[in-house]
Design a protein around this ligand. Structure first.
Ligand SMILES: NC(=O)c1ccc[n+]([C@@H]2O[C@H](COP(=O)([O-])OP(=O)(O)OC[C@H]3O[C@@H](n4cnc5c(N)ncnc54)[C@H](O)[C@@H]3O)[C@@H](O)[C@H]2O)c1
Ligand SMILES: O=C(O)[C@H](O)[C@H](O)COP(=O)(O)O
Length: 376
């Protein structure tokens, strides 16, 4: 069996190498000829799996994406051609929670905010949105969840989009969709941008095309700019460079890039492919992960906000990602965005740092020594 995988997908040799020949290629450059004698294709979000890519894929019986978003896959085409499809729902939701938590603590320092006095709205209350909501509740914030598809299906306790847009912080966690009653392309459009006030913060860690970046730039160049955190950009990897100086935290679509998140993504595809070909699973997720650099700390009491920021930074320093991004952009190298993603340094989740005794709040993503021992 021949498996073709994106070169940015970790652990493929370890998981598939025992019973498959594994070939790796840059995901953005995959072409029809590469799939000529391939049985299983494993991609990330940068590969468009469509008619053109599959035109010569006579042997292909399985396509998997090690991501949450599936907007790059023509699932209808796969169904028509009888090709089994798998994705990795929720695989990197914890990483997105870590990213937004780190961003909130950074924003609080920048704006001299006490987060417990502020309201956060999550737009899209699915896997990543719920994780972010939990973290914000752990910070003592008032949290609103906005999710019209769920509201229309009968879920309670949700707010509408108009109310969400009045929160101090608005964090977007929707899939990108272009049609239907809940289409999210330019969900944040010119009218919404005009209505926001200069004290509000917007976070985008879902898909760049959910925000109208050109109109946002015009707003930022005016007298009352917003505070922006952007992990995703319209038209990646060719983003609107003029917008970057007006963004407080700018990163290259890496919110979900924890080692654990990537491992869960590859592992979900391993499971699905094993099932597809009737191969028993011989690995577990925990075998794949090396021990983290910092293992345990002890806190006797709940840390105040500034101390919590330091604690989070021990594991994930979002400012470092922001600095690398600006340096990459300033270098003028056209491929800087993809290069940063390809060479992304190993990042562990907050849960890799165990709190040995005293204070712990699981909503913030931390684990205790005892809970880690229970999981083994
Ligand atoms: N930046 C990153 O690294 C990163 C990482 C993971 C996921 N993502 C993106 O985030 C998206 C969301 O991920 P998820 O795991 O939370 O997905 P999910 O499917 O679990 O949740 C998405 C939620 O959005 C809701 N929704 C759909 N249309 C909406 C609308 N118009 N307004 C409000 N809510 C709406 C859905 O009902 C659903 O509850 C993914 O599709 C992916 O594109 C980005
Ligand atoms: O949808 C997702 O899961 C994320 O956007 C994912 O982290 C994107 O990473 P990529 O597949 O582009 O490496």
């Amino acid at each position: 069996m021949r498996v073709l995988a994106d070169e940015n997908m970790p652990f493929v040799q370890e998981l598939f190498g025992e019973w498959a020949e594994v070939i790796t290629r840059p995901g953005r450059q995959l072409q029809a000829a590469d799939l000529h004698d391939i049985d299983a294709l494993l991609v990330r979000s940068v590969t468009h799996v469509n008619e053109a890519l599959l035109s010569d894929a006579r042997r292909l019986s399985f396509v998997g994406t090690a991501t949450i978003g599936c907007d790059h896959i023509d699932t209808h085409l796969l169904q028509q051609r009888g090709i089994v499809f798998a994705s990795a729902p929720g695989c990197n939701k914890v990483a997105v929670g870590d990213y937004v938590l780190a961003a909130l603590l950074r924003i609080a320092t920048h704006k001299n905010w006490q987060l417990k006095d502020k309201t956060l709205a999550v737009v899209g209350a699915g896997n990543t949105g719920s994780e972010v909501a939990r973290r914000a509740e752990g910070l003592g914030m008032r949290v609103w969840r906005c999710d019209p598809p769920r509201a229309d299906a009968g879920a309670s306790g949700l707010v509408d989009y108009a109310q969400a847009l009045t929160a101090d912080v608005i964090s977007f966690h929707v899939p990108i969709t272009h049609e239907g009653p809940y289409a999210t392309h330019h969900l944040l459009n010119a009218q919404h941008i005009a209505r926001l006030n200069e004290h509000q913060v917007l976070i985008n860690a879902c898909r760049g095309d959910t925000w109208d970046n050109q109109t946002l730039l015009a707003r930022q160049q005016g007298e009352k700019p917003l505070t922006l955190v952007m992990d995703v950009w319209e038209h990646e990897p060719r983003l609107l460079a003029e917008l970057v100086p007006h963004v407080l935290i700018a990163t290259p679509h890496i919110a979900g890039y924890s080692l654990e998140g990537k491992a869960r993504g590859t592992f979900a595809l391993y499971r699905a492919l094993c099932q597809h070909i009737g191969q028993p699973e011989r690995h577990s997720l925990s075998d794949l992960l090396p021990p983290p650099g910092v293992r345990a700390v002890s806190l006797q009491a709940a840390p105040e906000q500034h101390r919590l920021e330091q604690l989070v930074r021990l594991v994930y320093d979002i400012e470092l990602d922001d600095r690398r991004f600006r340096r990459g952009l300033a270098s003028g190298h056209a491929g800087f965005f993809d290069q940063l993603r390809k060479e992304y340094a190993e990042r562990r989740e907050l849960g890799s740092l165990l709190l040995s005794d005293g204070w712990v709040d699981a909503r913030l993503g931390f684990k205790t020594l005892a809970s880690a021992a229970d999981n083994h």
